[in-house]
Design a protein around this ligand. Structure first.
Ligand SMILES: [Fe+2]
Length: 198
């Protein structure tokens, strides 16, 4: 659901059944294929409870859970402390990926986002594309601005964040292989820093 340029999950629609079957959706007037949805939770306990529900739907936990970046990319010491978060991603039997985020501490950026916009806010939605540059043009024509000069590319994943006037972030993602990872340590510092600077 779009409201003044920002995306929110409709009440009652943040469910594994609904999200895992919603590959093809309309976003800002564009028909897109979703690679992953990102859901926010108040803390690691509520996040873990939701993850248990996903496992009951035969989801496979593919990344995490853990404190990000420390438990995932400990070499990423470039990132400021407020970039940290609790992170888990799950692959649904349908092939949809759900990324769950929660703050570890009240001074983290993710905690302020939840406070300002609530837990139904869409942190970002990742759109699967074949050609990241032509997709970038489409979204720039809609008024979305790239958060970095070029995409972050590691040879397997190519990712690029865009942001509109209201502050909504979307991610364009292009996969060279059939992996299900939602980030690489090589890409992430650039992506997260670009998001924090926005
Ligand atoms: Fe993402």
């Amino acid at each position: 659901m779009e409201s003044d340029g920002l995306l929110f999950y409709k009440d009652g629609y943040k469910t594994p059944e609904f999200l895992s079957s919603s590959f093809c959706i309309h976003l800002f007037g564009e028909r897109v294929i979703v690679d992953h949805y990102v859901l926010l939770f108040p803390n690691s306990e509520t996040l873990t409870d939701y993850a248990k529900t996903l496992i009951n739907y035969d989801a496979k936990i593919t990344e995490g859970p853990g404190k990000w970046p420390d438990d995932f990319c400990p070499e990423q010491n470039l990132l400021p402390e407020d970039a940290s978060m609790y992170f888990l991603s799950a692959l649904m039997p349908s092939g949809m990926i759900l990324v769950l985020l929660a703050p570890n501490a009240p001074d983290e950026q993710i905690a302020s986002l939840c406070q300002e916009q609530g837990f139904n806010t869409v942190h970002h939605v990742a759109i699967l594309v074949d050609d990241i540059y032509s997709a970038a043009q489409v979204w720039q024509n809609k008024g979305f601005l790239p958060l970095s000069m070029t995409p972050q590319e590691d040879g397997s994943l190519c990712q690029w964040f865009f942001r509109n006037w209201a502050g909504q972030i979307i991610e364009l993602i292009c996969r060279q292989w059939t992996g299900k990872e939602t980030f690489s340590c090589e890409n992430i510092a650039g992506l997260r820093l670009s998001e924090l600077a926005a």
